[in-house]
Design a protein around this ligand. Structure first.
Ligand SMILES: O=C(COP(=O)(O)O)[C@H](O)[C@H](O)COP(=O)(O)O
Length: 333
């Protein structure tokens, strides 16, 4: 990859995603499409082949940042599949247009999803949230525009406390917010009408991959009889899972859980910091997308419609493609 000229914007976007300055599946997808667009705009490749190779290298750099949110490879796939043409200028134009189109679709999908999700919320309802999801917030925003009064119990979401971002945004939307520590969730589920969470990836069997703690919340919510609704644009559907691949769960640095000094003071302990978990479909009542809402078990039908039976990895160099398919199968057992 060192042989390709990567634009500074690509490096910057990749760093921001890895450091979680840019975070959340939808924002990551948007930033990745923007980075490819900048690479295409700035490229001084003098042959179509060099241009394509540069864009593929940029995509690989972006892919290395975080492994779980499938919106990232889906965004890269969308843009690279539109990188078409016989000259550098045509390739550039089509790639830039592809990125523009992708970002516009992302925006539109979130608005449409918001309308679908808002229909589930009634005036006076109280929701419980986990982490920070712009797809969830789109549902709340539309419901507020419809004049519905809402309140929210917001889990702080250790270790990164994304719940505080959610709390801030909900206050801006005129929602009454109660912030709780994660371990208090069960205690407050009786007061909630819905659990409303986002997703980083949805597998073909309807399993939902989202911020660590989502699956425990869903199990408790089911026990309490509180419906669990997942707000997730179709960009969160993971086509790789149609052939049995599992979604890779990111493990982050242990210093997010405990600072090194405090850790040393305790003695010899292991610290684990998985960023996401998998909620089995039986604990999910509905998946709200821009195409309507679905029981998790039927999501595979939508996946087939959107992705067909086969997908490609357009960031892989053409002569390495077949091999990589085999390797990625081993990577994700
Ligand atoms: O789990 C997270 C974010 O995790 P992190 O903070 O580790 O990126 C969010 O629930 C989903 O990404 C959905 O977000 P959105 O609906 O905005 O796509």
């Amino acid at each position: 990859m060192g042989t390709h000229d990567l634009d500074a914007a690509v490096e910057r976007v990749a760093e921001d995603i890895a450091a979680m300055e840019t975070r959340g599946a939808a924002a990551i997808a948007d930033a990745a499409a923007d980075a490819l667009q900048q690479q295409a705009t700035q490229s001084d490749a003098d042959t179509p082949e060099a241009f394509r190779a540069e864009l593929r290298a940029a995509a690989r750099q972006l892919l290395e940042t975080r492994p779980t949110a499938v919106s990232l490879p889906n965004a890269l796939r969308y843009v690279l599949q539109r990188m078409d043409g016989d000259s550098v200028e045509t390739l550039r134009r089509n790639t830039v247009a592809g990125a523009d189109e992708f970002r516009a679709r992302l925006d539109r999908a979130q608005t449409d999803l918001g309308r679908v999700g808002a229909n589930r919320l009634r005036d006076g309802d109280r929701i419980m949230t986990h982490c920070h999801s712009t797809d969830v917030l789109a549902c709340v925003e539309t419901a507020r525009e419809q004049g519905k009064e809402l309140s929210a119990i917001v889990k702080e979401t250790r270790p990164r406390n994304q719940g505080r971002l959610t709390a801030e945004r909900l206050v801006e939307l005129g929602v009454d917010v109660t912030l709780i520590v994660d371990s208090a969730a069960r205690r407050y589920l009786n007061d909630a009408d819905h659990v409303l969470v986002g997703a980083d990836a949805i597998a073909a069997d309807g399993s939902v991959v989202n911020k660590i703690g989502t699956s425990g919340l869903a199990v408790n919510a089911r026990d309490r009889g509180t419906p669990i609704v997942v707000a997730a644009q179709t960009i969160k559907l993971d086509p790789d899972t149609m052939t049995g691949n599992l979604v890779e769960i990111e493990t982050r640095d242990e210093s997010e859980v405990i600072d090194p000094e405090a850790r040393d003071a305790i003695g010899d302990i292991d610290v684990e910091n998985p960023a996401f978990d998998v909620t089995p479909p039986r604990y999910v009542d509905a998946i709200v997308t821009e195409r309507g809402q679905f029981p998790p078990e039927s999501i595979v039908t939508l996946m087939r419609e959107l992705f067909g039976e086969g997908i490609t990895d357009p960031w892989v160099e053409p002569d390495a493609r077949r091999e990589t398919v085999v390797e990625s199968g081993e990577d994700r057992p």
